[in-house]
Design a protein around this ligand. Structure first.
Ligand code: ADP
Ligand code: MG
Length: 245
């Protein structure tokens, strides 16, 4: 893989924690405006890969290119400024702030303690983002008053507040009912239609395959398979590892 193989290119990534090799020889490319599925069982190295790409972890070895530029080891705020956003598997909203404030503060983190509160323009933009993700009726609730799916929508709005080009979504479907999986999938599809590139992680392959254009399957920190949903469904190694076939 080289810098021009996609909007995001990961080549020969390796991440060790002490003696544990969490990710090894892992390479993949994300094409502009696709929805790439990133599939693997718990502990396979999905979140670790996200953390290496988004500057939360320093890779032990390997290269990350974003929009043609070598960004390996760049800190997370620089990646966010460059247009690469992510959601977290475990949500971390500010519990004593309203939903709309949580989003507004993601727009302007450096204005957190400014006198006079948040500026009107910022509030309006945050409210529009809340509406965009389906939280239009929840602006003035606190995060603790939201159901699980609402917290996911808030997490997505906070990521969208950074105006990303590429959004990495970590395990959005965990803990969601079937109807919620469908409505979150629809939201992610709409975001792609609006020009966003998405990488969506899940350990549940069946739910994810109906959403994505292409998948990369990771197992024990390395790539097991890659292809269209159809190719992934029919891959014998994948069936052995994930579908009990
Ligand atoms: P996934 O997201 O696919 O479920 P992770 O990337 O979270 O898997 O974890 C991959 C492996 O790396 C696991 O064995 C996990 O225990 C280990 N790991 C992840 N983060 C850390 C860390 N900060 N310190 C030590 N080990 C970690
Ligand atoms: Mg994970």
């Amino acid at each position: 893989y080289g810098p021009d193989d996609g909007i995001l290119v990961v080549d020969d990534l390796r991440k060790e924690f002490g003696g544990l090799v969490a990710v090894e020889d892992f390479s993949f490319a994300v094409e502009e405006q696709e929805i790439l599925g990133f599939i693997g069982p718990n502990g396979a190295g999905k979140s670790t890969t996200f953390n290496c790409v988004t500057g939360f972890y320093e890779p032990t070895a390997g290269t990350v290119w974003y929009q043609g530029e070598d960004v390996t080891g760049r800190p997370s705020h620089e990646m966010v400024n460059a247009g690469l956003a992510r959601t977290f598997q475990h949500f971390r909203p500010l519990h004593d702030r309203s939903v709309v404030d949580n989003v507004a503060l993601a727009l302007v983190p450096d204005k957190l303690f400014s006198f006079g509160g948040l500026r009107g323009g910022t509030r309006d933009r945050a409210a529009r983002l809340c509406e965009r993700v389906g939280l239009g009726d929840d602006l003035h609730r606190t995060p603790d008053e939201l159901p699980h799916a609402g917290l996911l929508r808030l997490e997505l709005a906070r990521a969208l507040a950074t105006d990303p080009t590429l959004l990495l979504v970590d395990e959005p479907f965990a803990g969601l009912a079937g109807s919620e999986v469908e409505s979150i999938s629809n939201l992610l599809r709409e975001l792609r239609e609006e020009g966003l590139t998405l990488v969506v992680v899940d350990h549940n392959m069946r739910g994810l395959l109906s959403l994505i254009d292409r998948a990369v399957v990771i197992n024990f920190g390395s790539k097991l398979a890659e292809g269209t949903p159809e190719e992934i469904r029919n891959d014998e190694e994948v069936q052995r590892a994930y579908l009990g076939g």
